[in-house]
Write a protein that binds this ligand. Structure first.
Ligand SMILES: Cc1cc2nc3c(=O)[nH]c(=O)nc-3n(C[C@H](O)[C@H](O)[C@H](O)COP(=O)(O)OP(=O)(O)OC[C@H]3O[C@@H](n4cnc5c(N)ncnc54)[C@H](O)[C@@H]3O)c2cc1C
Length: 330
């Protein structure tokens, strides 16, 4: 087992402060470090206003900071690149992510990129006789506690539930000297590229303030078609939104994402175009007053939540809708 540190991925609020779970995971890492003799390393993705000195009393021996976020906006791709690259560079034995919306999105992407296993939602950790991380979590409906190891790949990765692990009071000596600020040009460039590729909609209106929202999903197959839906939304006084799949493609920015890890909205009319109706998406829009769905699959879950449904191709529907709204008297 390599012995090069236990890393904790921090969870940062939009105001630059740390979520409590960050301190809890540092406490869990500290407990493990006392058994393995490793250092505890915090990995922080934030914007330049984040004050990492808050970590000094909770057990981080070293902190790597990436300040690539702009105005605290989280770009999945950029955080994945930042966290994966530092893991590749420093080769920790273990990486702990918070089992929050943020960690649950980030952790599998990082694990896939680094070809590692990952255990979700751990409630306890231990070190076995061979120095391996034992990842403990409820299984089979909570009837047993599964003890899981990752014997084949490193680092060992897990997400850990908030409000389970205890914070530790642990002051780090010479803390300032152990902060490594990364001029992560590659990430910045990638972020820039994402932004260039993003569709610039005419409207800067927020989706949470709009009474009409036109939301596009994976069934809207091209960037150009998304752009047309943006024009359509503007023409009817609405705002363009999307499912997470569209954000992951880099076609729209995260503040336009509806759902569990995006925004929860309740417009008067919600158009769901090429959106399947995954539970995480429904969480953000199912309380809309009137839902109109367009989907080629008549058994799509979204239809169960819709007031009006069109079983048809998104582009064909748009061609009709553009004509309809053009000829409709004011
Ligand atoms: C922790 C976590 C948090 C998440 N948070 C969110 C979140 O906040 N928001 C979110 O949206 N997702 C979220 N997800 C992802 C979610 O599980 C789904 O993967 C996602 O919502 C699917 O997006 P989609 O409906 O656009 O794509 P898909 O599920 O791929 O559905 C595409 C739909 O388009 C239809 N279609 C295909 N071709 C056409 C066509 N030509 N015309 C019309 N329809 C067509 C298909 O029949 C299908 O129903 C989260 C997942 C996790 C694990």
């Amino acid at each position: 087992m390599r012995n090069s540190g236990i890393a904790v991925v921090a969870s940062v609020e939009t105001d630059g402060s740390f979520k409590n779970v960050t301190f809890e995971l540092l406490g869990a890492a500290r407990d493990l470090a006392e058994k393995t003799g490793e250092a505890v390393i915090a990995l922080v993705c934030a914007d330049e206003n984040c004050d990492v000195s808050a970590l000094k009393d909770f057990g981080a021996d070293k902190v790597f900071v990436f300040s690539h976020r702009k105005a605290a906006v989280f770009e999945l791709e950029a955080d994945v690149l930042a966290v994966s690259s530092i893991i590749s560079e420093i080769s920790p034995s273990t990486v702990l992510f918070p089992a929050t919306d943020y960690g649950r999105v980030l952790a599998p992407e990082v694990a896939a990129r680094l070809h590692c296993g990952i255990t979700a939602d751990c409630t306890s950790f231990d070190i076995d006789g061979e120095g391996r991380l034992v990842q403990i979590r409820p299984a089979l409906g909570g009837n047993i506690m599964a003890h899981i190891i990752s014997p084949n790949t490193l680092p060992q990765m897990a997400t850990a539930r908030p409000s389970v692990f205890k914070k530790r009071d642990y002051k780090t000596e010479n803390f300032e000297k152990n902060i490594v600020r990364n001029d992560f040009t590659a990430v910045a460039e990638r972020v820039l590229k994402l932004k260039e590729n993003s569709i610039i909609t005419n409207s800067s209106a927020k989706i949470e303030d709009a009474s009409v929202v036109v939301s596009v999903g994976n069934g809207v197959a091209s960037r150009e078609l998304v752009r047309r839906f943006g024009d359509f939304a503007a023409s009817i006084g609405g705002v363009l939104a999307c499912s997470r799949k569209i954000v992951e493609k880099g076609w729209l920015e995260q503040p336009r994402q509806v759902g569990q890890s995006g925004k929860t909205i309740t417009p008067e009319i919600y158009f769901a175009i090429g959106i399947s109706g995954a539970v995480q998406h429904l969480a953000g829009m199912k309380s809309s007053s009137f839902i109109v769905s367009v989907n080629t699959d008549k058994s799509a879950e979204i239809f169960n939540y819709s007031d009006l449904g069109f079983v048809m191709d998104a582009e064909e529907w748009l061609n009709l809708a553009e004509k309809f709204f053009k000829i409709r008297p004011e």
